[in-house]
Design a protein around this ligand. Sequence first.
Ligand code: CP
Ligand code: NVA
Length: 298
Amino acid sequence: MNLISSDDLSKEQIMDIFEIADSIKEEKEELTLKEHAVQALLFEKTSTRTRVSFEAAMAQLGGMSVYIDAQTSQLKRGESFADTARMLSSYCDFIVARLYSHKNMLELANNSSVPVINGLTDLEHPTQALVDVYTIRWAKKNLKNLKLVFVGDIAANTANSLMLTSVKLGMEVALLGPKGYMPESFYFNKSREYGKIDTYSDPAEALEDADVVYTDTFVSMGQEAEAEKRKKMFAPYQVNTKMLELAKPDAVVMHCLPAHRGEEITSEVLDGTRSIVWEQAKNKMLLAKAILLFVSKE
Ligand code: CP
Ligand code: NVA
């Protein structure tokens, strides 16, 4: 199967992926892919964690990776995503792609004969959301009745995927951002079908009883032209010590990284005792393995 949207996975499928991850973590059994599996890593945007975690995961599962970027491949000269998918899927067993446009990701997936995994688009970051919720379960032991507050750019790709995945697993989601700045309606309405989610502009209201405080950059890749405007608009929503005091005393802090210290989060909070960002980042490779194993058998 493909993993393009967080909505592609049912609650049961998410739990299956977590079970595979647990099994790998606890070294219960040696899980491998077919011998000499090859994944294409097709990246139009920069990446450190997603690229390296999938590449390392594939190596440790016994396969190998081929990295292709938009600058040095024929994508640069306009070869379509459909034709690229047809060709790549005749060489490789998986395609992990990071593209600007979600529409192009769908074109890639619809024309591939092997599983396509979305490693981020303008609209979604489904593998990150799995990492995030898996990490929350590790920190809090149970997901039910937890309240997650996404602070800042509540219309970001990370927010879209995280809201869907969190509510599906029984968490309550509060989206905290500037008055009048709305989440992507498709993801917000879809999440509403699965569970409890609301928008807030008042930090005290949103963070009351919060168990998890999550933030992401104010300026996502592709939004560089609006950087100054966005930084100004989101500035009141920086996750800092004062804001954190509004959450539960045992609330944890998360960030998908890379962080922009002093913008969406302070160093004091990022490096503080309530931050679980390094465990979160570490889990990217574990979940990359679980996702590769899961999509290969579905
Ligand atoms: N969190 C995340 O996706 O990081 P990269 O952009 O480094 O892959
Ligand atoms: N919202 C961020 C996530 C980076 C992992 C971006 O798209 O740049």
